[in-house]
Design a protein around this ligand. Structure first.
Ligand code: PMH
Length: 377
């Protein structure tokens, strides 16, 4: 969708907050452990390239993305650091990945057979770096069988097309207080690791939650995602060991203000009807921007005061009840701080009955991103 630069709705990304979150985590890691910043899905809606650059300044060694296209976007921005694609890539794209020094995830022998065919068609193709995904309980992608993993590892050792750069797993419950399932996954991963004839350069299991709350198991790399953005992966369940600083705010302005009278209704379905004379403000954001229809009833901040969204959220506009007549052009805070009050992404997610990961990824690129520069330390 076309970014709407002239509409007064925008996201503000605080680069200092991102720097702080990555830097704090780096300080906790031992010197041998690499921090790969997870910048998939446009850096969780914060903007791929600007976030990647700040992460590098703060000490990130490499990046994890979900798709090869995201990896290629990093390379096109002259980012030369190691990149791992976490999802399964079409085998057809193996030569592009090899040529661009992008590491791919492999979860079975069949993929390697297919990729070998494509790689064999290219003269002087560099070796493709791969990481074995092991499925120790996430039930998503990866080797489940130790013997199959061992056999494939031998195949890779003997193949001229591939080099094994890493092995990893992903936990399903690292953000929960109960650690039983987590421990079972750790035990399975240790068996998987032991099945390799040689330990690869990177062994990694930790997402943000694992790195924040669990001892790493024989690992030397973390895949640090949501905490980069200052968001607690557990929601309310567990306290982070340092202050995570939220990086994203969402602002707009009152674009239209009017008085309505008792009995007048607002928005589609006429679901909201005024009881008295009321001041209503219209804000140019809607579900096409990722401000979900479920946000009806949620508040926004104007002049430090909470104003509820009344009636249904439209595609491009919402209406709020104002405590008094406010001027057109008054600043509206949908996420972030306004005077003494703050609307956090966690509050928005709780209201919408979802997780903050989903709210940030839903914020559409119709909303321009503005970047607050880093402050010097
Ligand atoms: N590693 C893998 C394999 C992931 O899928 C993710 C996030 C991360 C690391 C980073 O996790 P964090 O953001 O909690 O630190 N993946 C997803 C997902 O697939 N759905 O929500 C988060």
């Amino acid at each position: 969708m076309q970014p709407s630069y002239l509409r007064p709705t925008y996201i503000e990304v605080d680069q200092q907050a991102i720097y702080h979150n990555v830097h704090e985590e780096k300080r906790r890691l031992n010197a041998e452990t690499a921090l790969f910043a997870v910048v998939k899905a446009d850096a969780y809606g914060h903007g791929l390239i600007p976030v990647a650059r700040v992460c590098q300044e703060a000490g990130a060694t490499g990046f994890c993305v979900a798709t090869i296209d995201e990896a290629l976007a990093l390379r096109a921005a002259q980012i030369a650091a190691p990149i791992l694609v976490l999802g399964i890539t079409s085998a057809q794209a193996a030569p592009v990945a090899a040529a661009q020094n992008i590491s791919l995830t492999v979860g079975d022998q069949d993929w390697l057979d297919d990729a070998s065919n494509f790689l064999s068609e290219v003269t002087d193709c560099p070796q493709l770096k791969i990481h074995f995904a092991t499925d120790t309980g996430m039930g998503r992608i990866g080797f489940t069988d130790v013997v199959a993993l061992h056999t494939t590892a031998i195949f890779v050792e003997e193949s001229k097309y591939f080099t094994l750069e890493g092995i990893f797993t992903h936990f399903a419950t690292a953000d929960e207080k109960d650690t039983i399932y987590f421990e079972q996954q750790v035990a399975k991963f240790k068996l998987m690791l032991a099945a390799l004839p040689k330990r690869p350069r990177y062994v990694h299991v930790a997402n943000s939650a694992t790195s924040l709350w669990h001892e790493a198991c024989q690992c030397n790399m973390i895949r640090f995602g949501v905490a980069i953005y200052g968001l607690n992966p557990s929601g309310h369940a567990l306290a982070a060991p340092y202050d995570l600083q939220p990086a994203l705010s969402l602002f707009s302005e009152l674009i239209f203000v009017k008085q309505i009278h008792a009995g007048d209704s607002v928005s589609y379905g006429a679901t909201y009807t005024a009881q008295n004379d009321e001041w209503i403000g219209t804000i140019p954001i809607g579900y096409a921007d990722g401000w979900l229809r479920r946000m009806s009833g949620m508040t926004v901040l104007i002049k430090g005061q909470r104003c509820p969204i009344v009636g249904r959220v439209c595609m491009d506009q919402i209406m709020v009840r104002l405590p008094e007549k406010f001027a057109v052009g008054e600043k509206v805070t949908l996420i972030g701080r306004d005077e003494a009050d703050e609307i956090t992404l966690q509050e928005v997610a709780d209201y919408a009955d979802t997780i903050h990961y989903e709210i940030v990824c839903d914020l559409h690129d119709r909303i321009p991103r503005h970047y607050l520069p880093r402050r010097e330390d």
